[in-house]
Write a protein that binds this ligand. Structure first.
Ligand SMILES: Cc1ncc(COP(=O)(O)O)c(C=O)c1O
Length: 340
């Protein structure tokens, strides 16, 4: 009897709790937002600041004395409090590859790309499966490649990096011999993206060294020396769909496919190499989020890259992974295979 009464009481409590939650949050079929309201209004208020179409205000922008909100950050050649002042004699940087041209696209996708992050979002060093990789993001990356048809992912491993810049060196490390008396020679075809050389040099490793233009190694690739060739397709700076120049048992290649997307080039076939590197910076234009990924055929190479990333940065920022997930979902939500 006593048991039945306490069961009834517990059931009553649970029902009342459910009803309370229901009425608290759902009024007239709409979610009645609570803690997220302030963040949403702040985001919209900053987005509404007019910078004359020549700049933008950001939530984390500098708040100048006398201002209530963040100040406008003006595009090159523009200035003044609302960026309306044009400097006719200013120099334009034609060298950098900052993908801001995609900003108007994202402003059109304001609702599908916006993200509100709770103060307690993913505070841990790892995800629930103890990895530092969001499985949901990995699933969406594979799906995106499938829709676009620009890379084979089936049966491959995926590793994330803080931009493809981190992955490029992770790949050089992973492909280099361990404890060999002779370092792997790292090469790229001129004209090449200068970071390959600068990054390989700065690590000053005994396991790998930059050796310049690939063509110098054309007749030496069957020697015992290990060679790692950067193959950039499309190439930065000339847009060529480069292919590997060197072949042989001691030659490994890192295929940098930063620009292998339909908004930069035609996609004749899915890329299918052993080591392929992609980046959010050129796919969606969010270079500031520092997110890239590599698709790897060989398990040992994949594991060496994972070790490098773990020791270098303990994985990629969970905030960046969340942002990448939102942006990739927004870009591919209605996509069907073959849709471009
Ligand atoms: C060919 C190429 N690879 C890699 C990168 C680096 O991109 P991320 O922003 O992912 O580090 C760039 C950047 O301009 C690039 O042009």
């Amino acid at each position: 009897m006593v048991k039945t009464q306490s069961l009834k009481r517990d059931l009553g409590l649970v029902c009342s709790l459910i009803l309370n939650i229901f009425f608290l949050f759902k009024v007239g079929g709409e979610w009645n937002l609570s803690w997220s309201k302030r963040a949403a209004s702040e985001a919209e208020a900053v987005a509404a600041i007019s910078c004359s179409g020549h700049g933008r205000a950001y939530l984390d922008g500098l708040v100048l004395d006398g201002n209530e909100g963040p100040a406008c950050e003006c595009n090159t050649c523009y200035g003044g409090p609302d960026c309306s002042h044009f400097f006719p004699d200013c120099a334009v940087n034609a060298d950098g590859g900052d993908p801001l041209f995609l900003e108007p696209f994202w402003m059109q996708q304001a609702a599908s790309s916006a993200l509100l992050v709770a103060g307690w979002h993913r505070m841990s060093y790892s995800y629930g499966d103890q990895s530092t990789i969001s499985q949901e993001l990995e699933r969406h990356i594979r799906k995106l490649h499938d829709i676009v048809g620009n890379a084979a992912t089936e049966g491959r491993y995926v590793v994330f990096g803080a931009g493809s810049t981190q992955l490029l060196n992770a790949a050089v490390y992973a492909l280099s011999p361990d404890n060999s008396s002779s370092p792997a020679r790292v090469v790229a075809s001129i004209p090449f993206y200068p970071v390959y050389e600068l990054q390989t040099d700065i690590f000053n490793s005994v396991d790998f060294q930059f050796q310049g233009d690939t063509s110098l190694w054309k007749n030496k690739s069957d020697s015992d020396t290990e060679v790692i060739e950067f193959v950039t397709s499309p190439n930065n700076p000339d847009g060529q769909l480069n292919k590997a120049v060197l072949h042989g048992p001691n030659v490994k290649a890192i295929h940098d496919h930063a620009y292998y997307w339909p908004h930069f080039t035609a996609i004749p076939a899915p890329a299918d190499s052993d080591v392929m590197v992609f980046t959010l910076s050129k796919l969606t234009g969010h270079a500031g989020s520092r997110f890239g990924w590599a698709i790897i055929k060989d398990k040992v190479i994949y594991q060496r890259m994972v070790t490098y990333i773990a020791l270098n940065t303990m994985g990629v920022s969970r905030d960046s992974q969340l942002r990448a997930l939102k942006l990739i979902k927004s870009s591919s939500c209605n996509g069907r295979k073959g849709d471009i």
